[in-house]
Design a protein around this ligand. Structure first.
Ligand SMILES: Cc1cc2nc3c(=O)[nH]c(=O)nc-3n(C[C@H](O)[C@H](O)[C@H](O)COP(=O)(O)OP(=O)(O)OC[C@H]3O[C@@H](n4cnc5c(N)ncnc54)[C@H](O)[C@@H]3O)c2cc1C
Length: 443
């Protein structure tokens, strides 16, 4: 078993998770008289809001996932560690993790920040994960890209009309921002990007269906923006089914229940953009400290983001619930990261006063619908179309890490969405098409 190296008498801060919350906490500790270990099971900081653009061939993975080492390169008190945390021993103040070659690595801490994020929730139907993958990692987005483009390849080869229809029917479950954004890009691919490239199929015949159990698309947005989004998607040929829930699915189809009753849609590609559940680290901490979790598995933290009954331990981001029921968005995780980082700095300076509770500053919400179409609810303004799209571009580029990634992303957007409407990152091999074909054979 390896143990974290500690330099002299300096206090040790361990941060679990190099996502939005973890990186902000690490940044807040730059220059502090402390050793920081940022541990993550991947070696990169993932900008999840743009994963759908990797899945639809607009961006390459590297542009939205800089290496964590690079992110904290200039921060001399911080090291990164590629390892998966499997336990947190709050009595002995040790984080237990497994390194890449399965060696146990123990990380003693004086202060601990846990920012493990969230995964998908299939509402008690975990078996659906194999038929309707979601997007949480670069691997998920790559697999989805293979599945989407692989379906077009198989359809081009097929001589059976029914099989072609099944291959060219794409169903997205969940009409929140992620569901709307991927649906818009599926429609763009079918309508504008692919038509001239295939010889046996008309990609414009592809059916794109977006469904949600809620009565509107983008449930948390203003009704005016919801109506605009629905109209735009329908103009792009998307079939929207609201008040409609998935009740069953397999490799070949998805069964839904809506106002018109039960319907089985034959479709080889289903995409999950519905529920989320907290990282299992929330349950680990809950068990270790006797703290509650909510229905989504999120740990109930105190107003200062500290974990009850665990001295020096904070939890932030998607894996926690707060009394003011904050949404699971990047801004919350980032602001909480900065907040707990500053608290630790104050504690290190000997400040023992109770900190003011964490207060979220809501900067607004936005979602893209298609090329040059978006909705934004920010600074009291309800924007649609071009202005919303430009604001969306600005905000997303600004929050990417690294100038190279920002410029590369802008270049790809101008190329893909404004001028050629080409997608420069559509590389797949046989894997995706094979997976679609094999699932069909197994069914
Ligand atoms: C497809 C998609 C689109 C989104 N779009 C938006 C959007 O448009 N706007 C918005 O505000 N938010 C959006 N979100 C939500 C936003 O990405 C999250 O709210 C945010 O990432 C939460 O930050 P976090 O630090 O809590 O977790 P994350 O950013 O998910 O980071 C968690 C980190 O912990 C690591 N980790 C987890 N478990 C372990 C372990 N056991 N050991 C080691 N490392 C571990 C993971 O590898 C990851 O790096 C989107 C999310 C998704 C999935």
């Amino acid at each position: 078993m390896a143990e974290s190296s500690s330099t002299g008498d300096r206090k040790q801060v361990v941060i679990v998770g190099g996502g939005f919350g973890g990186v902000r906490a690490a940044k807040a500790l730059a220059g502090a008289d402390v050793d920081v270990t940022l541990v993550d099971r991947t070696n990169h900081h993932l900008f999840q809001p743009l994963l759908y653009q990797v899945a639809t061939g607009i961006l390459s993975p590297g542009l939205i996932a800089p290496a964590l080492r690079r992110v904290v390169k200039g921060q001399k008190n911080t090291r990164t560690l590629l390892a998966e945390v499997y336990d947190i021993d709050v009595d002995n103040r040790v984080v237990r993790s497994l390194g890449p070659n399965a060696q146990h690595i123990d990380l003693p801490y004086d202060y601990l920040v846990v920012a493990g994020g969230a995964g998908h929730a299939y509402f008690g139907h975990d078996e659906w994960a194999q038929y309707a993958p979601g997007m949480k990692s670069i691997e998920d987005a790559r697999m989805l890209r293979s599945q989407i483009l692989g379906s077009y390849e198989l359809a081009e080869l097929s001589t059976d009309d029914k099989e072609r229809e099944a291959l060219l029917t794409f169903v997205v479950v969940g009409a929140g921002p992620t569901g709307v954004e991927i649906t818009g890009q599926l429609a763009e691919l079918a309508q504008y990007v692919l038509p001239e490239e295939y010889r046996s199929i008309d990609t414009r015949q592809a059916k794109i269906i977006l469904l949600d159990a809620a009565p509107s698309v983008l449930p948390p947005f203003d009704p005016k923006l919801q109506r605009y989004t629905q109209r735009r998607l329908e103009k792009m040929g998307v079939e929207i089914r609201l008040n409609t829930a998935a009740t069953d699915m397999d490799a070949e189809s998805i069964t839904v229940k809506g106002p018109a009753g039960v319907d089985t849609i034959v479709s080889r590609t289903k995409i999950w953009a519905a529920g989320v559940k907290a990282s299992p680290l929330a349950t680990t901490l809950a068990k270790a400290t006797g703290t509650e979790t909510d229905r989504a598995g999120r740990l109930a933290v105190d107003p200062d983001c500290s974990v009850p009954n665990a001295e020096g331990v904070y939890a932030i981001g998607d894996m926690v619930s707060t009394v003011d029921r904050l949404p699971g968005v990047a801004q919350v995780a980032m602001q909480q990261g900065t907040y707990v980082g500053k608290q630790i700095v104050n504690r290190l300076k000997g400040d023992t006063t109770t900190p003011a509770p964490f207060k979220y500053f809501d900067k607004g919400s936005m979602a893209t619908i298609g090329a040059r179409q978006a909705v934004a609810d920010a600074m009291g303004l309800k924007l649609t179309g071009w202005p919303a799209y430009l604001l969306w571009c600005y905000v997303h580029v600004a929050f990417l890490i690294g100038w190279g990634n920002r410029l590369g992303t802008l270049y790809n957007w101008v190329r893909s969405l404004r001028y050629a409407r080409n997608r420069g990152h559509r590389l797949i091999d046989m894997t995706g098409a094979k997976a679609v074909a094999e699932q069909h054979e197994a069914a």
